[in-house]
Design a protein around this ligand. Structure first.
Ligand SMILES: Cc1cc2nc3c(=O)[nH]c(=O)nc-3n(C[C@H](O)[C@H](O)[C@H](O)COP(=O)(O)O)c2cc1C
Length: 326
């Protein structure tokens, strides 16, 4: 029998993390230029899916070629998960699901999702059991190692996952308290990889071949990349080419990076059409990418100031063309 996570990770052991606001269809089209591996979608509310909320349903937008793709879902109420996966499967092609149990952002915690689940193992069990009974699709859960150093829960969660038929465990090697700073606990990732009978994907702080190798040495089957993929979508190809962490932002020429941004805008425009979305929504995101992609470039500070000053897309594109010389 095929094993979605294991089989895909054997082909490519890198994984594109779920990033709310950024792992949307247009950006995934850019990622696919550098990457044929597993991409996680932005988190999608189970409550919204269960109610077939129009805006929530748009998070399921995908291209057939955008595969392997994992739809990440989040929410507080275990009873909504079963309906949410059914709705998603009726709506579109689904390769796999993931449950967000690691997001420390207030809005998500308040809704009872993300990291709040780490403090309630009974609810984790109910969530995964409901999903397992509702779908035959493979699914992972994405956790942090615990709430803080004194409340590490990864062993208990691994056990639940194995007993309840979860197919893969994604572990961000930090605690909730660490937020996005602090040391990634490589030692704990190794311990989990040694213990687990299901596929393990490690996550946290990978930004080039050096950090990739360090995480790979723990024995995890997959290495998930978050912020580096948001700031350098070419990171996947760069790691394949053994590009060091220090050289990540020199991997492409400025003109190549500029062309990527222009291409991204064309995908964003395409995606807004027919959906009643405002161009300005994506324009603000394009500006962020334009600023992130030029880390360390000369005159980057001026470019940043100028691009954030304007609200005209024509001017944004013209600034990109000038700065990146494309
Ligand atoms: C802007 C942003 C959005 C994120 N959105 C999500 C999300 O929707 N779901 C999730 O599980 N994690 C989310 N994360 C966490 C990342 O997936 C990842 O676990 C974290 O950034 C650590 O990996 P990194 O050190 O490679 O960035 C987000 C992180 C950032 C910075």
């Amino acid at each position: 029998m095929s094993d979605f996570f294991k089989d895909n990770l054997l082909k490519n052991d890198l994984v594109a993390a779920p990033l709310a606001g950024y792992s949307h269809l247009p950006y995934r089209r850019i990622l696919r230029k550098f990457f044929n591996g597993i991409i996680y979608s932005e988190m999608i509310s189970v409550e919204g899916l269960a109610r077939r909320n129009k805006e929530t349903m748009e998070y399921l937008d995908r291209l057939e070629s955008d595969t392997p793709l994992v739809f990440q879902i989040f929410g507080g109420k275990p009873e909504n998960y079963a309906e949410a996966v059914r709705v998603a499967e009726n709506e579109c092609q689904v390769d796999a699901f993931d449950v967000n149990m690691g997001c420390p952002v207030k809005k998500v915690i308040k809704a009872g999702g993300g990291c709040s689940l780490l403090g309630d193992l009974g609810r984790i069990k109910a969530v995964v059991s409901n999903i397992r009974h509702a779908t035959e699709k493979p699914f992972s859960i994405k956790i942090r190692i615990g709430l803080d150093e004194k409340n590490l829960v990864y062993k208990e969660i691994l056990k639940i996952a194995e007993n309840e038929g979860v197919n893969a465990l994604v572990v961000h090697g930090r605690t909730k308290r660490d937020m996005f700073g602090g040391t990634v606990r490589i030692d704990i990732l190794q311990e989990i990889a040694d213990m687990a009978n299901i596929t393990v994907i490690g996550n946290g702080g990978v930004a080039g071949y050096n950090t990739y190798r360090e995480m790979k040495a723990t024995g995890v089957a997959g290495i998930m990349i978050g912020r580096s993929m948001m700031k350098a979508p070419w990171v996947f190809k760069a790691i394949e080419d053994k590009c060091s962490d220090d050289d990540l932002y020199n991997y492409l020429s400025p003109a190549e990076i500029g062309s990527l941004l222009i291409e991204l805008w064309s995908y964003m425009l395409e995606h807004t059409k027919g959906r009643g979305m405002k161009e300005t929504h994506y324009m603000h995101i394009l500006k962020k990418f334009a600023v992130w992609f030029c880390k360390g470039f000369e005159m980057a500070a001026d470019f940043r100031t100028n691009i954030y000053k304007t609200n005209s897309i024509d001017e944004v594109l013209s600034l990109i063309r000038q700065f990146y010389r494309c």
